[in-house]
Write a protein that binds this ligand. Sequence first.
Ligand SMILES: Cc1ncc(COP(=O)(O)O)c(C=O)c1O
Length: 465
Amino acid sequence: MTDRTPPHSTDSTDHTDRDAARELDRNSNRGANDDRDRNHNCGREREREQTRPTERATDGGIGTDPETDTGAETEADASAPTRTETSNGQQAAEPVEHVPIADPSLSDTVLERVEAVLEDGMLADGPEVRAFEGEFSGFCRTQHAVATSNGTTALHAALESFGVEEGDAVVTSPFSFVASANAIRLAGATPVFADIDPETYTLDPADVERVLDDRDDIVGLLPVHLYGLPAQMPELCAIANEHDLFVLEDACQAHGATVDGKRVGGLGDAACFSFYPTKNMTTGEGGVVTTDRDDIADGVRRYVNHGRDPGEGGYDHTELGHNYRLTSLAAAIGRVQLQRLLEFNDARQANAAYYDEHLEAVPLETPTVPDGYGHVYHQYTVRTESPDERDALAESLAARNVDSSVYYDPPIHRQPAYESVSTAAASFPDAEHAAETVLSLPVHPSLSTQERRTVVEAVHDHYNL
Ligand SMILES: Cc1ncc(COP(=O)(O)O)c(C=O)c1O
């Protein structure tokens, strides 16, 4: 791995950022307190509108202080009147009839910014995208951010820029969304899996070493910050340094997560994020590569634009590439979402703290957060004692209209699309066991206090507590 000096401000406290983000948010949202909470996934908004007597209202970004929300319920909470506030400050109607697993929060500011782009007429690549890139690299404290059309294309373009090619192998986790390994295959290389740490569900550094001992074609590591918890980056970067490998973080689920106060995105040689609607922040579809390395940033800029030389401005295509560009409309959404990211993460953390506390007496393993790690709870994932128990719990929750989801079963090496991949034949017992026993509960920032209480009650009911 390449040694890097932090390029940006020495002020690395989350707190300062949070204040700045809130200030930005206050300014950009001034006067806009009519948040339209939409769910762009699976038409769920319509379903919710039908089941709820009153609409949600008010933008949670303004005037709420998530730091004062410890996630703990009070007596007053328990006897709350017919409306209750979300941990994101929004109003929700009671009774809760359905608790969705994801619920993206978009404000009127998004509409204004998108409208401005529409009026401007520069809909594809343009200044809005450059501005978003600048703001995202500032957030990650990296030298560069290059926007892409989604997280998968970010991973693919980054791997191409590292020069990965046929005959090369890259180590990744078998317990991830399939895109992590697909990107390696799209670059022409072979994904090599190492098992996960059963406590954190992220790549086990000891198993990575075992794999490295067996092969001499490995050129890089692609650790995944699963569910919003960073992989064990200090250990993995030390291994990479020793073996002269690049480290590409798959941070698609971990916007704002930290290790020892340092944000993901700047922990390896490069990192990739997704802005899919369920993620900690969204642009609809979208992605970004962050890096401190000029060569990687330049390579990604060229690759996402058909290998076009960015310096010349003409039609000099110096290498093969793709059209993996982000649109200005998506960038406009992303700029507003980025301003609210810390607020969203605070709300996710408050919801997670609430679950930690209220699921203590239940025979479930709640998420492990190692010392020094900042988890941003893209998912709040519990673990049951057996596969049957997982399925039974999911059924009980569904019967109470509480969504839950399994991320991911089967693991990547057991996917039909991986039958032809030689390295997928191996066994990774911890990943396989996790795939059979994990279950994610709704933890998104739009969750109301009543909704998260409903989730806990549904789990308690299942265990007859
Ligand atoms: C871990 C991980 N990697 C990669 C991706 C791919 O991102 P996208 O869906 O934006 O292509 C995702 C998205 O779900 C993901 O969760």
